[in-house]
Design a protein around this ligand. Structure first.
Ligand SMILES: Nc1ncnc2c1ncn2[C@@H]1O[C@H](COP(=O)(O)OP(=O)(O)O)[C@@H](O)[C@H]1O
Ligand SMILES: [Mg+2]
Length: 384
């Protein structure tokens, strides 16, 4: 652990005396079974000290179960959880020294704001003036100076969630677990608090595991995102990795907007391949991480903003690529959404063009050729 303050100050109450440092978290082949249902299914994940990792997945994918096991409110059926050099199997929940924030504020309603924030310090035996100092500093960090004597009922949802955040960080835990902490808030406030949480985490240096089902939130906040589905880890990587190099169709579909076109693999080269879609042969990137068999049914996945359209004049004979017709045009301010339909095969997909791009002048009914760089087209076998 890297520390910037004298070690004697940390000896009995790690972190309380100065700036905290994050600890690594290792999730090693962890399974949690409820009868035949595996809420978490053989998940392995190493989180680095001070890293912000989001657990992203649809409802029921096992995010909360994973967090509850780390918190000590639930136990793995198999596997191992390690924080720093401690195997959590031998550490009761109240000795894990983790900060926690949940979707519902879960403040003590009969305690003032400062009473709520002081609570974890009382539990740790921090007394008098030191406690007051730490509470004041935590209030300042979440921008609630002056609210110390309010009751939770006198605060807005966003302010209550800030108090919950202050309570989670006041004892400078090396790891903070957050389960959809912004889920109950409206969009504006959520975006505001996303930035605040991120800044706070950077200042504290704590390791954060942040549960969300909101892909935009995960993309904005995370160093890395772990995508879960049916209790299984689908992929873990930086937001950019996941967006540009989805490992499977689930991740491709879950993160960002994606078009899927059904086809058959016809030519497999080095790095690229050709996929037959209707009578067109389309270029796609050949994934090195998964095998695609020749002449097998696949799907091509292309992001709407990576598709280029060019106008076909009436006399022009269409090339060997895909051609289609603009069937819908939606103005989105900085961007224009164009819906393109092809006849061979019968498909409709989404194209997003910059409002200043040439594509933006395309009108409904115009014929276009459809193109993309092979590197932007991902191929997944139908089974995946
Ligand atoms: N106590 C429980 N008993 C039985 N099944 C449970 C229990 N807790 C969670 N599950 C099941 O485990 C799966 C994952 O749940 P959860 O971790 O809450 O998902 P998420 O937080 O991603 O929405 C779900 O199918 C859920 O029904
Ligand atoms: Mg949940």
């Amino acid at each position: 652990m890297v520390t910037t303050h004298p070690s004697h100050l940390r000896s009995s109450r790690p972190g309380l005396a100065g700036s905290a440092s994050g600890l690594p978290v290792s999730i090693i082949s962890v399974t949690r079974a409820y009868g035949p249902v595996k809420a978490v299914d053989d998940v392995s994940l190493n989180v680095l000290p001070g890293e912000f990792v989001s657990l992203l997945g649809p409802s029921g994918s096992g995010k909360t179960t994973l967090l509850m096991m780390l918190a000590g409110f639930d136990n793995p059926s198999a596997g191992q959880l390690v924080v720093g050099d401690r195997d959590l199997a031998r550490v009761p929940a109240n000795k894990r020294n983790l900060g926690m924030v949940f979707q519902r504020y879960a403040l003590f309603p009969h305690m003032t704001v400062s009473g709520n924030i002081a609570f974890p310090l009382r539990m740790r035996g921090v007394s008098g003036s030191e406690r007051d100092r730490l509470v004041r500093r935590a209030l300042d960090m979440v921008k609630l100076t002056g609210y110390a004597d309010r009751m939770p009922g006198q605060l807005s949802g966003g302010q209550q969630q800030r108090v919950a955040l202050a309570r989670a960080i006041v004892f400078e835990p090396p790891v903070v677990l957050m389960d959809e902490p912004l889920g109950a808030l409206d969009k504006k406030l959520r975006q505001h608090l996303q930035i605040e949480i991120k800044e706070l985490q950077e200042r504290l240096g704590a390791t954060v595991l942040f549960v969300t089902h909101d892909q935009e939130e995960a993309l904005t906040m995370s160093d890395r995102i772990a995508v879960l589905n049916n209790g299984q880890l689908m992929q873990c990587g930086s937001p950019q990795d996941l967006y540009d190099r989805p490992a499977n169709a689930f991740v491709a579909d879950f993160l960002g907007d994606m078009n899927f076109l059904p086809g058959v693999s016809r030519e497999i080269g080095t790095g690229t391949c050709r996929i037959q879609v209707g009578s067109a042969l389309l270029a796609a990137r050949l994934p090195c991480e998964r095998a695609i068999a020749l002449n097998s049914r696949v799907r091509i996945a292309v992001r709407p903003e990576r598709i280029a359209l060019s106008r076909l004049s009436g006399s022009q004979s269409p090339g060997p690529g895909l051609t289609g017709t603009i069937v819908q045009r939606v103005f989105h301010g900085a961007a224009i959404l164009l819906m393109v339909s092809t006849r061979d095969p019968d498909l409709t997909f989404r194209v997003v063009a910059d409002a200043h791009a040439a594509e933006a002048s395309l009108e409904i009914g115009e014929n276009v050729s459809v193109d993309w760089s092979a590197d932007d087209a991902h191929v997944f076998s139908e089974a995946a």
